[in-house]
Design a protein around this ligand. Structure first.
Ligand code: HEM
Length: 496
């Protein structure tokens, strides 16, 4: 009996030993093949982590930075950790598994941004991992798909971005007027602005009574009202109802989605009960509009989507391309996300910066009064908006300091490489399925990408909010890409 037990344990130990040796072989072969693939393409960016233990630190730090609104500092820490590396400190790598696993390459190099968004556009996409993580929220929409599905989405969305549509400012005028009314109410202390919540970060306002306006909250609510009105033909009116169920669900889903993204391969630790419940609330709100649009006879749909129709909405336009309610839902939620936060964040930062410079406010106000005329009799037209250079400079400067999409990512769809620093030296190898994160925020804050600040104020310190710098300065190509600039962006040149 004892002999039998001893035999079994010896047997088990040797079996375990064989497995360990086999795994070691597998590990060595995989790692060697991985290294050889990298060497064939170029070199590695400075490696900050190479296993789950050291890698986890960076993903937790990223999620914490997201939570505390410290993304810029997080990216700065990453690049600082590579200071002095031969390939420079503008691109770093974090690998979570050693045996040939997926790598996260983070960059603030304009050459890399150009390669990803233009030169090597076909080598990069959203990839399966991104699709799986975002599709519960955004479905198979323009932001989660590659190839033919992405092209189809662009085709459906394109009619909304032609000049006739973007120059139709009726919806904007309606909700700007509602915003002004709310500002007035908060200023007079008629509502407690501190009690209101908004998406996209930042705490609420002070709620200190008369005179205090939580403008960020109001901007997030206004852009939600504009986008729902523009997309569905019916606004949630969150300016009047800050506690609207749909608005709260949308904010919560977005917040959780950012953690799912920031945690990279560790995303499963995020509990998803509230996330799924939020998505159900969003769908409950959107689906009745879609069902109503699908019930419209073809002739009525045609009439509503004619260029002159005052009832034109994004939903009716897309419903001419597809009768599939899921496709319609996905496109609507995606454009809602795209249009709402970006605009609200930009407006909030612009006002934040302007509030520190009364002389710039006075200049902007003078330009508005000269071009548009005083309220309430005048509303700006598309042409008058285009004719306000100082307004444009204020927005360009805001997007330079606070790009509304501060980082983004693409997955390599095949083995490729991105250029070395300044195009000298071997390129940085990117293997199929590697994730390349590019931070426009970090890149646009790189002092070395700006002209030398000269005495006498020829070029103001890039750390300062200075719309005037745009009067006689054009950024070097690919160093300023708040709209991503290339084929990847509806807000850039190609979709419109
Ligand atoms: C300050 C305002 C805005 C900024 C800074 C901005 C920025 C961006 C950026 C960086 C992308 C690229 C995302 C990617 O490729 O991963 C993008 C794409 C897109 N944006 Fe905007 N956006 C703004 C406003 C809007 C608005 C108001 C809408 C619509 C109502 C919109 C609709 C879209 C769409 C549909 C795409 C996807 C384009 C594609 O993949 O081809 N954006 N935007």
């Amino acid at each position: 009996m004892l002999g039998q037990i001893q035999f079994d344990s010896v047997h088990l130990i040797s079996l375990g030993g064989i497995c360990a040796i086999l795994y070691l072989f597998y590990f060595i072969i995989q790692t060697t093949r991985h290294e050889l693939r990298i060497r064939r393409l170029g070199v590695r960016a400075p490696v900050l982590a190479q296993n789950p233990c050291t890698g986890l630190r960076w993903f937790v730090a990223a999620a914490r930075a997201q939570l505390n609104h410290r993304l810029f500092e997080f990216f700065d820490d990453m690049f600082a950790a590579a200071r002095g590396a031969p390939t420079g400190d503008d691109c770093v790598e974090v690998q979570v598994t050693r045996a040939g696993g997926q790598r996260y390459i983070t960059t603030r190099d304009p050459g890399h941004v150009k390669a990803i968004l233009a030169g090597q556009f076909a080598h990069f996409g959203k990839g399966k991992g991104f699709h799986d993580r975002w599709s519960p929220f955004l479905g198979d929409s323009i932001f989660t798909t590659d190839g033919p599905l992405w092209h189809d989405s662009r085709g459906m969305i394109r009619p909304m971005f032609i000049k006739d549509r973007v120059s139709d400012l009726v919806v904007f005028e309606r909700w700007s007027a509602a915003l002004v009314r709310q500002i007035e109410r908060q200023r007079r202390g008629l509502v407690d602005c501190g009690a209101e919540k908004h998406g996209g970060g930042g705490g609420g306002g002070g709620g200190e009574g008369e005179g205090v306006v939580d403008i960020q909250s109001l901007f997030y609510r206004m852009t939600l009202d504009i986008t729902t009105d523009f997309l569905l033909g019916a606004a949630v009116d969150s300016l009047s109802n800050p506690r609207d169920e749909f608005a709260e669900a949308f904010n919560e889903v977005q917040r959780l989605q950012m953690y799912l993204t920031m945690l990279g391969p560790f995303f499963r630790v995020v509990p998803r009960g509230r996330y799924k419940a939020g998505i159900r609330t969003i769908d409950r709100f959107v689906m009745p509009y879609i069902e109503a649009a699908l019930k419209l006879p073809a002739a009525e749909l045609e009439k509503r989507t004619s260029a002159s129709s005052s009832e034109f909405t994004f939903l009716h336009s897309v419903a001419r391309h597809t009768r599939d309610p899921k496709v319609l839902r996905d496109q609507i939620v995606a454009v809602l996300l795209a249009g709402r936060d970006t605009a609200a964040a930009t407006l909030s930062w612009a006002v934040y910066q302007l509030s520190r410079y009364p002389a710039k406010v006075a200049r902007l106000r003078a330009e508005i009064l000269d071009t548009v005329g005083p309220a309430p009799h005048h509303a700006p037209s598309y042409e008058t908006l285009k004719n306000m250079p100082y307004l444009r400079h204020v927005l360009s400067e805001t997007l330079r300091m606070y790009p509304a999409v501060p980082y983004n990512l693409r997955v390599a769809l095949e083995d490729t490489a991105i250029p070395s620093r300044d195009g000298q030296g071997p390129p940085i190898a990117v293997l199929k399925d590697d994730v390349v994160v590019y931070s426009t925020l970090s890149m646009q804050r790189r002092r070395d990408l700006y002209p030398q600040c000269r005495e006498g104020g020829h070029f103001a310190d890039p750390a300062l909010f200075e719309p005037e710098r745009w009067e006689n300065w054009t950024p070097k190509p690919w160093t300023y890409v708040p709209f991503n600039g290339g084929r990847g962006s509806a807000s850039g040149k190609t979709l419109r």
